[in-house]
Design a protein around this ligand. Structure first.
Ligand code: MN
Length: 197
């Protein structure tokens, strides 16, 4: 059972979240931030990871804390759910189109947190959401899931499309990299015999 729950409470946010890596992409998501809910729903659907996420944040300040903290909690839950990583596919990459936008996402479920971010947004906001928070989410997720993640938008003109291509790209690399490879059996995907350091 590759499932995990995380609760995380600070003075800024209160988050309860669960994931099932072997789900069918069903989610119940409520963060108080419409655009973030939209991104997390499509992340769940295209990663085929079931997600329940309830988050309350200090959204009267702005959406920064809740976006970053959901990224932290989701990363922690995913890392927990991955367990011993035996038989894991580990690597994946995708070119994700979204109308005029094309974003490339590559992952190594390495146990080593790293984010390379080469994505810029033509506008400061999508609706009420600050586009710079997309990077904050990815940074928090990569750090706490302990994955090496490269995101590069090759071209694109619409901020909503650019954000969506990043999240859908993440979804598809998680789906592939988290899949168990039947030929690997219970071996770790590392000639070193361990993942993480
Ligand atoms: Mn959309």
């Amino acid at each position: 059972m590759r499932r995990a729950e995380v609760t995380r409470t600070t003075a800024e946010t209160d988050i309860a979240l669960s994931v099932d890596l072997d789900g069918s992409g069903v989610s119940t998501i409520s963060t108080g931030v419409g655009f973030l809910d939209h991104m997390l729903e499509l992340l769940s659907r295209h990663a085929m990871i079931d997600m329940e996420i309830k988050a309350k944040g200090d959204v009267h300040v702005d959406f920064h804390h809740v976006t970053e903290d959901v990224g932290i909690a989701l990363g922690q839950a995913v890392r927990k759910a991955l367990g011993d990583m035996k038989g894991l596919t580990r690597y994946a990459d995708v070119h994700m189109p979204m109308d005029e936008t094309l974003t490339r996402v590559a992952i190594d479920v390495s146990g080593r947190p790293f984010l390379v971010w080469r994505t810029a947004f033509p506008t400061q906001k999508v609706g009420a959401f600050d586009t710079e928070l997309v990077r904050e989410f990815f940074q928090a997720f990569a750090t706490h899931a302990a994955v090496t993640l490269h995101v590069e938008t090759l071209y694109g003109a619409n901020s909503h499309h650019i954000a969506e291509s990043c999240f859908k790209g993440l979804a598809r690399v998680l789906k592939t990299a988290f899949a168990l490879d039947p030929r690997a059996g219970d071996r770790l995907p590392s000639t070193k015999g361990r993942i993480g350091d």
